[in-house]
Design a protein around this ligand. Structure first.
Ligand code: SF4
Length: 415
């Protein structure tokens, strides 16, 4: 679900985030390694963005994320062509545009990097949605490779012992599957190392995001959308830890030097749902023109939300809950509690909700969450109807009018 587009800072040249260059280098190296994996005797697994990646790293398998690739496709304005290609194959236009663009890219080697490396296996975790199950079945048949499904029941209210037992048994099956596919025993020592690095990466990512509690915020949610790529693709590696250590230090330096994401930050907003990848710059500039900064979002926070559940000294056991009770796999009331917590933590003046045509699990409960926000915090909310990759669902003039009207309400309230 992350991407690699360059989100430019508004304002002076000096306000650009310096770490962006390093991030691009790391992502380029990662994709080169993934694309040349076979030449180097390594296996590649495609995995869903919220899937348990650490056991793959422990077995020296290169994880590749179709959702990250689809986000890059969206940011490169290549989504419509690839979605249309899938629709011509018979896939419904109502299907998630990450799935449609991935299916299209796989069959045409399309997209900004000429398609993903062919997988040796697929790992699908349904903690984000049900769509991924069918999507991965389609791709497993296309590539004729084995598919492992990691099934995580929805945690409507509490994470109970039944769920725990059920998910724990799948970790054992997952380990057995990897042993079979890799032709070697599972490496528990490496797993311990990877688990520690994963927890450290997530703590650092959380620290980076929390720097925006400072007023003015040194970065925005639009920057977070960009810098998310590593916590999705490389968590559990030293490279990821080093990168977020550097980024965190840069954010602290920006705070010391009085550098902000939006030059005259007066209004602080929260973003809900996936980014609109092909319009991040436009949206960032639009809000900045009203002196508004999107200081936090529910999407990028999801990759640090489980850090308190994880135990670096017993990662395999703690990932039972850590990979089950994630933001998209809990009830709407629990999601609303998290949003209310973020409103308080970041002192938000309003919430922008992307009603995302593609992502039903993210979008269906938004009207309930909106009601709860209005009742419990009484701050304005704005709905933007769009899609994260398929540009046919974005009406610039309509969204511009809505943002202007929303910002007028916020300004009047603050005045
Ligand atoms: S439906 Fe939502 S959660 Fe599922 S793959 Fe698409 S964007 Fe991700």
């Amino acid at each position: 679900m992350a991407e690699t587009t360059d989100v430019k800072q508004t304002g002076a040249e000096t306000q650009k985030i310096k770490s962006v260059k390093k991030m691009k280098e790391i992502m380029t190296k990662y994709y080169i390694e993934a694309k040349t994996a076979r030449d180097n005797g390594k296996k590649v697994a495609w995995i869903t963005s919220g899937g348990p990646v650490e056991p793959l790293l422990a077995m020296d398998v290169i994880p590749v994320y179709p959702e990250n690739h689809s986000a890059m496709i969206g940011a490169s304005h290549m989504g419509v062509d690839l979605c249309e290609y899938s629709e011509e194959l018979g896939y419904s236009g109502d299907l998630c545009s990450y799935a449609r663009s991935d299916i299209g890219a796989a069959r045409t080697q399309g997209g900004p990097i000429g398609g993903l490396p062919e997988p040796d296996m697929l790992v699908c975790c349904n903690n984000i949605c049900g769509t991924v199950m069918k999507w991965y079945e389609v791709q497993a048949r296309y590539y004729r490779v084995p598919l492992f499904i990691f099934d995580t029941p929805i945690v409507h209210t509490e994470f109970n012992d039944e769920i725990k037992k059920y998910v724990r048994s799948q970790i054992q099956e997952y380990i057995a599957f990897l042993g079979e596919q890799c032709g070697k025993k599972f490496d528990y020592d490496k797993m311990n190392e990877v688990g520690k690095l994963s927890v450290e990466s997530q703590k650092l990512w959380k620290a980076v995001l929390e720097t925006t509690r400072h007023k003015p915020a040194p970065m925005s949610a639009f920057d977070a959308f960009f810098h998310l790529a590593l916590i999705v693709t490389l968590r559990g590696t030293q490279e990821c830890v080093d990168y977020y250590t550097m980024l965190c230090a840069e954010m602290e330096e920006r705070i010391r030097d009085g550098i902000s994401a939006v030059p005259n930050e007066k209004y602080r907003l929260l973003w809900d749902n996936l980014p609109v990848w092909y319009k991040t710059k436009w949206l960032s500039d639009k809000f900045a023109s009203h002196d508004a900064c999107l200081v936090a979002d529910t999407y990028t926070s999801a990759w640090s939300g489980q850090v308190d559940m994880l135990n670096e000294n017993d990662f395999l056991e703690s990932m039972v809950e850590g990979y089950t009770a994630i933001y998209l796999n809990i009830g709407s009331d629990k999601m609303a509690d998290l949003v209310l917590g973020m409103i308080d933590k970041y002192d938000a003046d309003g919430v922008v909700m992307h009603s995302n045509r593609s992502c039903k699990p993210y979008s269906l409960g938004q009207y309930d969450i909106q009601k709860i926000i209005m009742e419990k915090r009484d701050i304005p909310t704005l709905f933007i109807e769009a899609d994260m990759v398929d540009e046919r669902s974005f009406s610039e003039s309509q969204i511009e009018t809505r943002i202007d009207a929303f910002m007028e309400v916020i300004k009047q309230r603050k005045a």
